[in-house]
Design a protein around this ligand. Structure first.
Ligand SMILES: Cc1ncc(COP(=O)(O)O)c(C=O)c1O
Length: 361
């Protein structure tokens, strides 16, 4: 569509064009209400249908059984860093955390702030967080094991999830939720800020298993308790209505138009393979993550000199490709290729990379 460019932003990130068009088409008069979705009451039938539909689609897409509750919260994924230990970690027990980068480090910090016990059972900090640790021994007495399934900044991803025996897994899936199917049963809690694979910023998806809710201390402030939101179906107070509405449309697109998570994983692998092949076949680009830990969502790479990286990002933008600058904390380049980034966008980037390497290599 005229004026739209290929968007490789890390988050907020690309959304499916049909979803944006649907929002535009029904914006002024939502389902015959004579109001936009940002103007109807969250206690109305219109919004009730939206949130019910969003929850039902999350449940179907992720194959969640009745033990799991689905809620939409505010405060971003960062709010979960503190809510998880507040709600799930008793003073007497430790939690195991695997440190795979900036976001995991922030999550660990929030446990320590609360004076609770945290075991960092594995870390890839020794190699600049360029890999996912293997052969980890977890503590059988831990309250939970926390991992970050995809590390947005460094571009690493857990290919499969660790076996933690009876200890529930808790995962920050902000940057790879809905990108592939997985077995939800070992997870006590899954959380994801919406602004990558789900929709706009402003809502955080939290999936919590019933047995985790039983741990929630009574004396927590109301707005920081998972039980508050589960009991009121995310509507204890005004939810982020527009974000939830958009998430519902993105999930509808994923389920009905695109065809579900298995197909999505196939496409995501195809896109990532194209890019990693383009990186590996020249001596010009270097992948920033170790090969076996490479992310299918955030492809990170370096050029021979910082000056060239700057030119690469600028010239890519001139050629209709946005968002290729690496995170400010690590530099380099990063192409975020979430669910909504098309194969066509990735092909355009690969062509540009080849041409840039020919000119400057
Ligand atoms: C893996 C991961 N966790 C957490 C966050 C923080 O999310 P928020 O800005 O929603 O707090 C991000 C943001 O990019 C992220 O990529």
């Amino acid at each position: 569509m005229k004026g739209r460019i290929h968007n490789f932003n890390a988050g907020p990130a690309a959304l499916p064009l049909p979803v944006l068009e649907e929002i535009q088409a029904e914006f002024l008069d939502f389902k015959g209400s004579g109001m936009s979705i940002t103007e109807v009451s969250h206690r109305s039938k219109w919004f009730d249908d939206v949130i019910e539909n969003a929850v039902a689609r999350v449940r179907r897409l992720l194959d969640l059984d009745e033990r799991f509750h689905v809620v939409f919260l505010q405060g971003g994924a960062s709010m979960q860093f503190c809510m998880i230990p507040m709600n799930l970690l008793p003073e007497s027990q430790p939690a195991d955390y695997v440190n795979t980068g900036t976001w995991a480090t922030k999550a660990i910090k929030e446990v320590r702030i609360q004076g609770k016990k945290v075991n960092v059972v594995a870390s890839s900090e020794d190699q600049g967080f360029s890999y996912i640790p293997k052969h980890i021994s977890f503590n059988p007495n831990a309250a939970y094991v926390h991992i970050t399934s995809n590390n947005t900044i460094k571009g690493t991803q857990w290919e499969s999830f660790p076996d933690t025996a009876d200890v529930p897994l808790v995962s920050d899936m902000s940057s790879d939720i809905m990108s592939r199917p997985f077995d939800p049963s070992p997870f006590g809690l899954i959380y994801a800020g919406a602004q990558k694979n789900l929709g706009p910023a402003g809502a955080t998806l939290v999936i919590i298993r019933q047995d985790m809710l039983e741990r929630v201390p009574q004396d927590l402030p109301t707005m920081l308790k998972y039980t508050t939101f589960v009991e009121k179906n995310s509507m204890f107070n005004t939810p982020p209505c527009f974000a939830v509405y958009t998430i519902q449309l993105v999930l509808k697109w994923l389920e009905e138009t695109f065809g579900g998570l298995e197909k999505m994983e196939t496409l995501n692998r195809q896109k990532a393979d194209l890019l990693y092949q383009a990186i590996d076949k020249t001596g010009f680009y270097t992948g920033a993550a170790e090969k076996e830990s490479r992310s299918l969502m955030n492809v990170t790479f370096r050029l021979p000199r910082e000056e060239l990286e700057k030119q690469f990002v600028e010239q890519a933008l001139e050629n209709g490709m946005a968002g290729l600058k690496g995170h400010r904390s690590v530099g380099g380049c990063r192409a975020s290729i979430y669910n909504s980034t098309s194969l066509e966008a990735v092909r355009a980037l690969v062509d540009f990379m080849e041409e840039f390497a020919r000119k400057h290599g």
